[in-house]
Design a protein around this ligand. Structure first.
Ligand code: TXA
Ligand code: MG
Length: 328
């Protein structure tokens, strides 16, 4: 069911989670200081109880009311990138009302989303909103209200439809509490290159390349369609199979010969384009809808040929999502 912002405010104030638009992906929101409302998010998503929730704020001043302090580098990045798809790990005071949302942790991940409807919602409820992505745990994030409706429609009070998410993949999460370095805990559209322009003397490292992860969500299975998916290197390898879908970039599609196309169709193998690596913003924006279409085709299996990614922040972020999706 679609909700107006006013109706959503009422549900939130009564303790019922609602789905909300952000610039990255849709979130399933509840008032972060309301333990029962927060518990409902876990129930609806079937989310592991040890996986804390990002909290959404409408201003830096509102964040200040909840955290111990905003360290210097964090502040510099906030001033430059907020509202926007960059989330920060911050320390909470001992008696913080956000510790239900953080699963007891003394750190919160804070974000100011770049979406006018959500900012207005947070302002009206006058409390931070805990909001993980609005999907059943383990599956991919939704980027339209319809995607939320299909997955969680029967379990939630409703959805505020703010249009298709403009970025399309989840926010970057960083720990910028130190004066010397910034650690990327989850890659996103804002990465090392973009942050370096603001913090030129600070080392920026990506911990998602390491085995030990600071953020619980990185340990859980993630983002995957229900159809089992394998990574392949070559088109020719896939032709030994049938009844499948193949995800691939426009660049790879162009190399498929007319003969191969005939074989794909005879073998009941559908090709789904992820878009072109020459337009990464568009690739990210359509990304989860393309992943959703894997299940919609109702084939036995799925294959992906990774686009020839280079090293821009969006490419690192997309590759991170794809690597978690494929069977290993
Ligand atoms: O773009 C986004 O960040 C979206 C939209 C809705 O804002 N939200 C989102 O939330 O992606 P979620 O819950 O799907 O992913 C949040 C990640 C999880 O991996 C979680 O473990 C981690 O952030 N996280 C959240 N709070 C944390 C905390 N206090 N300490 C450590 N990790 C935390
Ligand atoms: Mg999620």
């Amino acid at each position: 069911m679609k909700l107006t912002v006013e109706a959503a405010v009422k549900f939130l104030q009564s303790g019922f989670p609602v789905a909300v638009p952000t610039e990255t992906v849709y979130g399933l929101a509840a008032i972060a200081t309301d333990p029962e409302a927060v518990a409902r998010i876990y129930e609806i998503k079937n989310r592991p109880a040890d996986n804390p929730l990002i909290c959404h704020f409408y201003s830096i001043d509102q964040v200040k009311q909840y955290v111990k302090s905003i360290p210097e580098n964090t502040m510099k990045l906030m001033l430059h990138f907020w509202p926007g798809p960059l989330s920060f790990m911050l320390d909470l005071p001992e008696d913080s009302p956000l510790r239900f949302a953080t699963c007891g942790s003394m750190q919160v991940v804070a974000r100011m989303p770049d979406h006018p409807m959500l900012l207005s919602l947070i302002k009206q409820v006058n409390a931070p909103l805990a909001a993980p992505s609005a999907n059943t745990s383990g599956t991919f994030s939704p980027t339209t209200a319809d995607m939320v409706e299909r997955d969680l429609g029967e379990k939630i009070a409703g959805i505020v439809d703010g249009g298709r998410a403009g970025v399309g993949i989840e926010s970057t999460i960083v720990d910028a509490r130190s004066n010397k370095m910034v650690t990327i805990l989850r890659p996103g559209s804002i990465g090392e290159k973009e942050m370096k322009e603001i913090l030129n003397n600070v080392t920026i490292t990506d911990e998602t390349k390491e085995l030990h992860h600071q953020i619980p969500g990185n340990r859980h299975a993630h983002y995957a369609p229900k159809t089992p998916m394998w990574r392949m290197e070559q088109i020719a390898e896939i032709l030994q199979f049938e009844n499948a879908v193949v995800l691939l970039s426009d660049e790879t599609l162009q190399h498929i010969t007319a003969g191969q196309r005939v074989l794909f169709s005879v073998k009941n193998i559908d090709l789904i384009s992820l878009g072109s690596i020459s337009d990464l913003k568009q690739m990210a924006r359509n990304f989860y809808q393309n992943i959703a279409s894997v299940d919609e085709r109702k084939k036995e299996k799925a294959f992906i040929i990774f686009p020839a990614f280079k090293n821009s922040s969006l490419e690192i972020a997309l590759q991170n999502r794809l690597l978690k999706m494929v069977a290993t």
